[in-house]
Ligand binder design. Structure first.
Ligand code: SF4
Length: 617
């Protein structure tokens, strides 16, 4: 990225240029060149920029050569600002589909060190066009004359797990980081929920499976469709010199309170998202048996104190990040030592491969999480689709689906994961929306707009309906009821249309959401000024983020989403769960009125956000 003398890009976005590489995978032709920004969303980056590229194309089938896979970074990726590591992958998704059958634009984000290396190689954005006729991987390299790119044969990587691919490539590329797919992405025809694994420093040093994942929306399956098995970014570290001003910003990130609950217990934090389990269990609101809590304490088996009796929990983090939100579990050995890494416990995979499938044993949950990671699938989509199968089988014991697995049946659940990752279970691999429609029972299929729900109950979050790229990552309302107890339509309409949607701003800037402050916070504008010398006011950031979110909604509508798609699984309205002690407030009437209020705000603002497009693929 380069900018001319005007340091106020909101007034003159054209003074900021980013480096884009376009690769035609069919022919192998590559071009690298500077592109001027057209608005502040372009400047901030991430999905704010990639969705404008996607908006220029009308795509009717995700697996079509005209559907690009866009990889880019955010404005603060590769800087000294804490968590400024993110890389983004965007495309029309194979998983998220409108009821008219058209794919929706999606993005997915990952931390790790790959984003930094890409930036330091001199590349801000890559557009992968078409499909390679043979398996390839792409290499981006910093050279004395600028960034260089190369496509290389990748047959030797076929069928390796995501971790194995990273370990193989590491031997060949010094000072590099990697973004790879696993067997799931390679089997993209039967697996729409393939993820992309991104290497971390810790993974390369330890040789242990410690990737971060861009999981949502099947971006790994898109890579598989394009026959692109891996991406290498190779560059010497070019972290700018730390200034006292940026150090103060980073201290602010650690001390402002917003990131506290994600920090290690040993440094006075809450111990990562894992801690949510205890917050929610106080209301019996932890998902059990396909999002259907019982009035029991079974889930306590997965509480940190109980797990620590069997496992040593080590708090680790990405490159230079003081939040250190990763909880890596190592089994305690009889001699007081520790065994090899078992898995990483974050709230989502832990619940979706634990209590939500009837597993309360940490060792078994570890094994399922680890397997999902190695095969490289989105833990949320896979977990929620499997819990649907188990629920169906409990309801239909005489005519069960697939291998007949039921809640708590570890061996058969493991088999379902293994089969899905290797492309042997198309029913699960295409996600819960398609499966539930196929078997004709949709009321307890836990998805909104074809994207499976994260591990927060739908009856606690009407905001899910308006998330544009996954329930909790693109609408910040998932803990609102437990924290603030809000139940009025006006309150929810206000939160969804104001602060809730601003959560997506982190996916433009290159920062983790665990920084924990709102987009209007001076810490964000301060970080941009101190790290890059650019003057962008908090107000301008908020306006650009809002526009980017609404462009996402406008794109959904253009792809055939209707008001009926903006809803929750109907079980929420029809089968109230009295075990949950949080207020029960979402009726179908509530949703109808809430949507009216939200559309009243959104609809006028959607005008003019999308370009005229006449090509149709
Ligand atoms: S907050 Fe967590 S995921 Fe984000 S950079 Fe820090 S350690 Fe990595």
């Amino acid at each position: 990225m380069r900018y001319t003398t005007n340091l106020k890009p909101a007034d003159d976005p054209g003074s900021v240029f980013y480096n884009r590489c376009t690769i035609d995978l069919n022919s192998g032709a590559t071009t690298i060149g500077e592109v001027p920004c057209t608005n502040l969303e372009d400047v901030l980056g991430g999905f704010g920029r990639s969705f404008q590229i996607l908006a220029q194309r009308k795509i009717s089938e995700a697996y079509s050569p005209e559907n690009p896979l866009i990889m880019n970074i955010g404005l603060l990726t590769g800087t000294n600002v804490m968590t400024g590591l993110r890389v983004y992958f965007s495309a029309y998704s194979p998983l998220k589909k409108s009821s008219q059958g058209l794919p929706a634009a999606m993005w997915s984000a990952a931390s790790g060190s790959f984003g930094n290396k890409l930036k330091w190689s001199g590349i801000d954005e890559v557009i992968f066009e078409g499909c390679s006729p043979t398996p390839v991987y792409a290499v981006f390299r910093a050279t004395e004359t600028g960034p260089a790119v190369e496509l290389k044969p990748a047959e030797h990587l076929l069928e390796l797990t995501s971790h194995e691919k990273i370990m193989v490539l590491q031997k060949e590329y010094d000072g590099a980081h990697f973004a790879v797919i696993g067997p799931a992405g390679e089997n993209f025809r039967n697996v729409y929920l393939g993820a992309i694994a991104v290497s971390t420093d810790n993974q390369l040093k330890s040789g242990e499976q410690k990737s971060r994942f861009a999981g949502r929306g099947g971006m790994g399956s898109m890579m598989g469709y394009k026959n692109l098995l891996a991406i290498v970014a190779q560059s010497p570290d070019k972290l700018p010199k730390m200034t006292s001003a940026v150090r103060d910003i980073n201290t602010g990130v650690l001390k402002n309170g917003g990131s506290a609950r994600f920090q290690p217990v040993s440094q006075g934090g809450g111990g990562g998202t894992w801690a949510n389990i205890e917050v929610l269990q106080a209301f019996h609101a932890v998902p059990l048996n396909n999002f259907r809590p019982k009035n029991n304490d079974d889930v306590e088996g997965l509480f940190r104190d109980n797990v620590e009796q069997e496992f040593e929990v080590v708090s680790e983090g990405c490159f230079h990040c003081g939040i250190r939100c990763h909880n890596n579990l190592f089994p305690r050995t009889p001699d007081g030592g520790r065994g090899p890494l078992a898995a990483k416990f974050d709230f989502e995979p832990l619940i979706l491969f634990g209590s939500n499938v009837g597993i309360y044993n940490a060792k078994e949950a570890c094994e399922l999480i680890h397997l999902c990671d190695l095969l490289c699938m989105d833990a949320i989509s896979l977990g929620a689709t499997i819990s649907y199968v188990l629920d169906y089988n409990e309801r239909h014991p005489e005519t069960p689906l697939l291998n007949g697995a039921t809640f708590g049946d570890f061996a058969r659940i493991r088999e379902l994961i293994e089969d899905t990752g290797h492309g042997r279970s198309r029913d699960i691999g295409r996600g819960v929306k398609r499966l539930s429609e196929q078997v004709g029972e949709t009321s307890y299929a836990m998805h909104v707009k074809g994207l499976e729900l994260p591990a927060y109950l739908p009856e606690t979050n009407p905001g899910y309906a308006f998330a544009i790229a996954g329930g909790h990552m693109s609408m910040g309302t998932h803990m609102l009821l437990a924290k603030e107890g809000k139940t009025s339509i006006d309150d929810w309409a206000r939160v969804i249309t104001t602060v809730g949607l601003l959560q997506v701003g982190y996916d433009m800037l290159g920062l983790c959401k665990f920084v924990g402050v709102g987009m209007g916070h001076e810490l964000i504008a301060g970080a941009i000024k101190e790290a890059l010398g650019l003057h962008i006011s908090s107000e301008d950031i908020v306006v650009a983020v809002r526009r980017a979110f609404l462009r996402g909604i406008a794109l959904e509508l253009r792809q055939g989403f209707t008001d009926a798609d903006y809803s929750l699984p109907s079980q929420v309205y029809d089968r109230i769960n009295r075990n949950v002690t949080l207020p029960d407030f979402i009726t179908s009437g509530f949703m109808t009125e809430l949507k009216e209020k939200v559309w009243e705000v959104f609809t006028p603002e959607l005008e003019g956000l999308l370009p005229e497009v006449d090509n149709e693929h």
